[in-house]
Design a protein around this ligand. Structure first.
Ligand SMILES: *Cc1c(COP(=O)(O)O)cnc(C)c1O
Length: 384
């Protein structure tokens, strides 16, 4: 893109209804937010358990800031690996039932770390078509042969695995698909990974804290083994920031030694690790958050299917309504906004062309009244 071409390119984005703008949030993340100066009931965050603004997390972060300061100041390998980081890693490993865990500043960085450290030229990575963009970027950066299989199509995946000449193979999937809310068939994927001697890398950004007893998709489905690598983010249900990888001690040692997005970046502020520890405790001790979330999911699905609004196959807090055209999705989102509900319209390239959607996300913090209010408005806006 040359400088003199920018204005025409931006105009084109606008004409395609693909132009993106940020909106200014003036409250903490929660169900009631002031955005661009107006109050809304928000159904837009990934703060599924309502922990992002929890007093105990805030207090833990505040105290830890007094103890550890604000900035990490150095990368983990230089002088930035604090005792509180180490403690959080041990707690995360124990929580997920794995030997070891490694903290990252973001899920984006964690995906890059795992994939580029394990596969390179001459190797092969097999990825679901609907994987998160951060996984796709990691696969491209790895320089391994990058084969994408149709969404959840294990037959196609098996054909690809059976015919690959690559020595090192890695299967990478989202456990919960972020724009659809449906899930990967993890048990069957594990079977294929074992059969074809491939790593199975699971990105559980949307399952951690939410599925099973909170320990996420892999634990819920009883996955285990040396080939299994689990990643979850800490900025979604955990309500903090960053991500972690849980795996064998050897794999973690390999990442510490070779993962460029781990080595060449400043450690997360240590106070965040203290907040993560509290978050893990709340996830374990307060199952009512998941129960409330589940009730909202059921209520939303029941209510929308009664009026024949088509839903995706999702039991998770991600409940999209496919609209189709970008313009139409934007119009509906604007109508909901007018009525005081903040629901994002998700458009290509985040989702495939022609599948623009309203992406409703639920939180344990939503009250039944807030949900009923939203559902009434959605139904009204979508009536022909
Ligand atoms: C949000 C998300 C990420 C990125 O995590 P960040 O911590 O926000 O960088 C990775 N994978 C999936 C599936 C996600 O939804």
């Amino acid at each position: 893109m040359r400088s003199q071409d920018l204005s025409a390119a931006l105009l084109e984005l606008q004409q395609q209804h693909r132009f993106r703008q940020r909106h200014i949030v003036e409250t903490p993340q929660s169900c009631e937010m002031i955005i661009d100066g107006k109050s809304y009931i928000a159904f837009a965050s990934n703060d599924y358990l309502g922990l992002a603004n929890h007093p105990q997390l805030i207090e833990a972060g505040r105290e830890a800031m007094l103890r550890w300061g604000v900035g990490g100041g150095a990368s983990h390998l230089v002088a930035g690996h604090f005792a509180i980081h180490e403690e959080a890693e041990e707690a995360l490993a124990a929580f997920c039932g794995r030997e070891a865990a490694l903290l990252f500043s973001s899920g984006y960085a964690a995906n890059q770390a795992v994939i580029t450290s394990l596969v390179g030229r001459g190797d092969a990575v097999f990825a679901d078509k609907l994987n998160h963009a951060s996984l796709n970027d990691a696969c491209l950066l790895s320089r391994a042969t990058f084969r994408r299989f149709r969404h959840n199509d294990l037959q196609q995946l098996e054909q690809l695995l059976a015919s690959t000449p690559a020595r090192t193979r890695l299967i990478a999937v989202d456990a919960v698909y972020s724009m659809d809310g449906d899930e990967a068939p993890l048990k069957k994927l594990q079977y294929l990974a074992d059969k074809y001697d491939a790593w199975l890398y699971i990105d559980d950004a949307h399952g951690f804290g939410v599925l099973g007893d909170g320990r996420g998709s892999a634990v819920e489905q009883g996955l285990h083994g040396e080939r299994l690598i689990y990643m979850a983010t800490l900025g979604k249900a955990a309500g903090v920031s960053g991500a972690f990888v849980a795996a064998s001690s050897q794999l973690i040692a390999w990442l510490v030694n070779t993962a460029r997005s781990y080595i060449f970046t400043t450690a997360q502020p240590p106070a965040l690790a203290a907040a993560v520890l509290v978050s893990l405790r709340l996830m374990a001790d307060e199952p009512w958050r998941r129960q409330r979330l589940q009730q909202s999911v059921s209520r939303l699905r029941e209510s929308l299917s009664e009026v024949n609004i088509p839903l995706m196959a999702s039991r998770t807090p991600i409940q999209p309504i496919i609209i189709g055209r970008n313009e139409q999705a934007l119009l509906l989102a604007a109508q909901l906004k007018e009525r005081g509900f903040w629901v994002p319209a998700i458009r290509p390239p985040t989702v495939p062309e022609g599948t623009a959607r309203l992406r409703l996300t639920l939180s344990a913090a939503h009250t039944p009244d807030q949900l009923e209010g939203l559902l009434d408005c959605v139904v009204e806006a979508m009536q022909p």
